[in-house]
Design a protein around this ligand. Structure first.
Ligand SMILES: C[S@@+](CC[C@H](N)C(=O)[O-])C[C@H]1O[C@@H](n2cnc3c(N)ncnc32)[C@H](O)[C@@H]1O
Length: 274
């Protein structure tokens, strides 16, 4: 039975990419688009600033990203960190519940960039089994049902591991409005995919064919993108999830992340050992 955490605004919709039967190549094509979207809205810069502060304050040299998909903003974040004095040697270990052979090949082919992608499946709910370092969950926490989400937070605190959770979207509109706007939002997202696809690197025949000829990618991406929003934990939801957590030895901090121009962009939850 699902544990309840009071009145969460988050709801449990399905996303295609969560299904074990969903073809791995299609999941990769979709997460490739999330990379482009994040670049377009300046997420790598925002995250680089946040992560640099954490690494410096905690004297850490390794980032272990959970639910990495196609990498999201993290490879770019790492490149920015390497330009900062004292962070030139930081390394990034990417992991996923469904690591794709394509991503393993892409990120494990050279060692000089301090990036690796673990071949074994890493379930973010089993945080204690992941390698040591700053754990990050970028745009993947909303995939966790409340009991699992809580288990992740408990596990980070229990094992004294620093954890940064970030979602670039915001679950800030009433659900009824979300449903009413859904048809138009889906159409807009599908059109956006048509424009973003040429920027995917490397751009495969599969990504082109299943976008422009048989548009499975835009349809699945549009649904998952829209469904992500009401699945996100609001700041108030996070407060409910955190109930009873936080101690002398471990503290939690949350808020809206801000871009350099001061504009809010998504929410973060940061757990740090004292
Ligand atoms: C929306 S994608 C985000 C990918 C990337 N972090 C980004 O920002 O672009 C979510 C990823 O979480 C992964 N995922 C879902 N459930 C997971 C779990 N329990 N443990 C680890 N990864 C999970 C999916 O396979 C997918 O790659």
């Amino acid at each position: 039975m699902e544990t309840t955490f009071g009145n969460l605004k988050r709801i449990q919709l399905f996303e295609f990419e969560d299904f074990g039967w969903f073809p791995a190549w299609l999941r990769v094509c979709m997460t490739n688009l999330i990379v482009i979207l994040q670049k377009m809205i300046g997420i790598p810069e925002l995250l680089a600033k946040m992560i640099a502060d954490i690494l410096k304050s905690k004297n850490l040299n390794t980032i272990v990203d959970l639910g990495s998909g196609s990498g999201g903003a993290m490879p770019e974040v790492l490149a920015s960190l390497h330009k900062i004095n004292g962070l030139e040697e930081v390394s990034l270990i990417m992991t996923d519940m469904y690591p794709s052979p394509e991503m393993l090949k892409k990120f494990n082919s050279k060692t000089s960039d301090n990036i690796s992608y673990l071949e074994t499946s890493v379930d973010a709910t089993n945080i204690s089994s992941a390698p040591k370092g700053l754990k990050t969950m970028m745009n993947s926490f909303h995939h966790m049902r409340p009991a699992k989400a809580r288990a992740i937070l408990e596990s980070a605190q229990r094992t004294h591991q620093p954890l940064l959770i970030y979602e670039m979207g915001d679950n800030n509109i009433p659900l009824l409005i979300w449903w009413l706007l859904l048809p138009i939002s889906l159409v807009l997202l599908i059109i956006m995919v048509l424009f973003m696809t040429p920027f995917v690197k490397p751009l495969t025949c599969r990504q082109i064919v299943f976008t422009y000829l048989i548009p499975i990618i835009p349809i699945c991406y549009a649904w998952d993108g829209q469904a992500s929003l009401p699945r996100m934990y609001t700041l108030k939801d996070l407060e409910l999830l955190l109930d009873g957590l936080g101690s002398e030895n471990y503290r939690w901090e949350k808020g809206h992340a801000k871009k350099q121009n001061g504009k809010k962009q998504g929410t973060y939850l940061l757990g740090l050992p004292n």
